[in-house]
Ligand binder design. Structure first.
Ligand SMILES: Cc1cc2nc3c(=O)[nH]c(=O)nc-3n(C[C@H](O)[C@H](O)[C@H](O)COP(=O)(O)OP(=O)(O)OC[C@H]3O[C@@H](n4cnc5c(N)ncnc54)[C@H](O)[C@@H]3O)c2cc1C
Length: 390
C-alpha cells in the first residue's frame, strides 16, 4: 500500500493551490485525488472575479497576496499562458455603505494599492457616461482588479506539482476512511486504499458527503448561483462591477460578452453538480438583467446568450473554514468558501502548506477563521449585508 506525507481530497482551485504550494515548499510526497477532473467541480463555473474589496482584515490581506500572485501567474507556475485579465472593478454603494467603503479603501491604500473612492457623478464623467448613478454615494475603484480563467488556473497548479513529483489521481472517488481514536490512518477510494500522515479536505460543496463516515458534519449549507451571459452593449462596458445597492456583480467576458451574477445566493437542496442551461431561463434573465440594466441602461438592448449555474459551500458567517479538524488531529480543512473563494486560492494554498510544513500559519493570521469560531459563536460576517463580499 502506498504511503504519502499528504493526501489532498478535491482538486478545484483550493486543492490544486494547496498541492502547488506543498510542492513549492519541498513537500512532493503528496497524492491528490479527485472524483472528477482537476477544476471540473464548482471552479469550472466560477466567475472568478479577482478583487481586493474585503471588510475582514485577514481576507483583505489574503486578497492582496492572491491578487499579486495571479498577476505573476506564469512567473510563479511556469504555465504556458497568463490566466489573469485586468479590467478594473468598481464597487458601488449608497449612503449606508459609504463609511465601510472608505475604511476598506483607506486600508488598501495603506498597503500600497492603487484604489480610489469616487463621487459617482465624477466616476460617470471620467469612466462611463451611460452609467445611472441613482442611489449611489460612492464608487470604490480598483484599476488593477479583473478576472481569471478559473479552469486554466487549476491546470497550471497541477502541471507544476506533477513536474515536481506529486501524484494526481483523477476520476477516483474517496468513499471512506480508517481511523483510530483521533487519527485517520487510511483513505479509501473506489480504486484503492492509501495511507498518509496528513489528510487535507478541499472537497467544497461535497465536504459533508466526503466526511460522513468520520462522523463529522461541518456547518456548511449549499447555495445556488445562476450566471447570465449577454452580448456587450453598443458602448462596451469594459470594467467589472459589484453593486451593493442593486445586489449584482458583473464583468466583461472576453471581447464580446458581459457576465452578470447575483450577490444573494439561493438556498436549495439540489444535487450540487454544476452545469449550464440549454437556453437562458426567463427568471434568470429577468433577475440578472433587470438589476444590471438599472445601473447600465444600455444593457436593455443586449441579447441574452447563455446561462450557467454552480453551487457555493456557505458557512453561517460567509467566511471560510481554515485549519485543523476538531476531532481528528491529522485532518485539515479548507472549505466553506461561501462563493468568494476562487480569488483567494493562492493564499489558501500557502496557508495549508505552512500549517503542514511549519506547524503554523506564518503569513496570515487565521485565528478568526478556524472551526473553533462556531463553537464560541464568534461571528465573522462581512460588514456589508451581502456576506459574499467578505
Ligand atoms: C457560479 C459561481 C460564481 C463564482 N464567482 C466567484 C468569483 O467571482 N470570485 C471568487 O473568488 N469566487 C467565486 N466563486 C466561488 C469559487 O469559484 C469557489 O469557492 C471555488 O472555486 C471552489 O473551489 P474548491 O476547490 O473549493 O471546490 P471545487 O472546485 O468544487 O472542487 C472540489 C473538488 O472536490 C472533488 N470531490 C468531491 N467529492 C469527492 C470525493 N468523494 N472524492 C474525491 N474528490 C471529490 C470534486 O470533484 C471537485 O473537483 C463562484 C462560484 C460559483 C459556483
Amino acid at each position: 500500500m502506498n504511503r504519502y506525507r499528504v493526501i489532498i481530497i478535491g482538486l478545484g482551485s483550493t486543492g490544486s493551490s494547496i498541492l502547488y504550494n506543498l510542492v513549492r515548499m519541498g513537500i512532493s510526497d503528496v497524492l491528490a485525488i479527485d472524483a472528477r477532473c482537476p477544476g471540473c467541480g464548482q471552479t469550472s463555473r466560477s466567475s472568478a472575479l479577482i478583487r481586493l474589496h474585503y471588510t475582514h482584515p485577514t481576507l483583505r490581506d489574503m486578497a492582496i497576496y492572491s491578487w499579486r500572485f495571479w498577476r505573476r501567474y506564469v512567473e510563479e507556475t511556469g504555465y504556458i499562458h497568463e490566466v489573469f485579465h485586468e479590467t478594473g472593478i468598481g464597487f458601488a454603494g449608497g449612503e449606508d455603505h459609504l463609511k465601510t467603503m472608505e475604511e476598506v479603501v483607506n486600508s488598501l491604500k495603506s498597503s500600497g494599492i492603487d484604489v480610489e473612492l469616487y463621487d459617482p457623478e465624477i466616476f460617470k464623467q471620467e469612466f462611463y457616461r451611460e452609467l445611472d448613478v441613482t442611489g449611489l454615494a460612492g464608487i470604490a475603484w480598483e484599476p488593477g482588479s479583473g478576472y481569471c480563467d478559473a479552469y486554466d488556473a487549476v491546470q497550471g497548479f497541477v502541471d507544476y506539482a506533477l513536474k515536481g513529483g506529486a501524484e494526481v489521481n483523477t476520476r477516483e472517488r474517496v468513499i471512506g476512511f480508517e481511523f483510530e481514536d483521533d487519527t485517520i490512518n487510511k483513505v479509501k477510494t473506489d480504486k484503492g486504499v492509501y495511507e498518509a500522515e496528513y489528510i487535507v479536505n478541499s472537497s467544497g460543496v461535497w465536504t459533508n458527503e466526503v466526511l460522513k463516515s468520520l462522523g463529522i458534519e461541518l456547518p456548511i449549507k449549499l447555495a445556488r448561483e445562476d450566471v447570465l451571459y449577454v452580448s456587450q452593449p453598443n458602448r462596451k462596458i469594459w470594467f467589472g462591477w459589484g453593486d451593493f445597492s442593486l445586489g449584482f456583480y458583473s464583468r466583461p467576458d472576453g471581447e464580446t460578452r458581459y457576465l452578470i451574477g447575483g450577490l444573494e445566493p439561493v438556498y436549495n437542496g439540489f444535487d450540487p453538480e454544476p452545469g449550464e442551461y440549454s437556453s437562458p431561463p426567463i427568471d434568470v434573465v429577468e433577475d440578472r438583467l433587470g438589476r444590471a440594466a438599472k445601473r447600465f441602461p444600455l444593457l436593455n438592448d443586449t441579447t441574452p446568450i447563455s446561462a450557467i449555474y454552480g453551487f457555493y459551500d456557505v458557512t453561517s458567517d460567509f467566511q471560510p473554514i481554515i485549519g485543523y479538524d476538531l476531532k481528528y488531529r491529522n485532518l485539515l480543512h479548507l472549505v466553506g468558501l461561501s462563493g468568494h473563494g476562487f480569488k483567494l486560492a493562492p493564499a489558501y494554498g500557502l496557508t495549508i502548506a505552512e500549517l503542514i510544513r511549519y506547524g503554523e500559519s506564518r503569513r496570515f493570521n487565521i485565528s478568526s477563521l478556524t472551526l473553533e469560531r462556531f463553537k464560541i459563536g464568534k461571528d465573522q460576517h462581512s460588514r456589508y449585508k451581502y456576506g459574499i463580499i467578505g
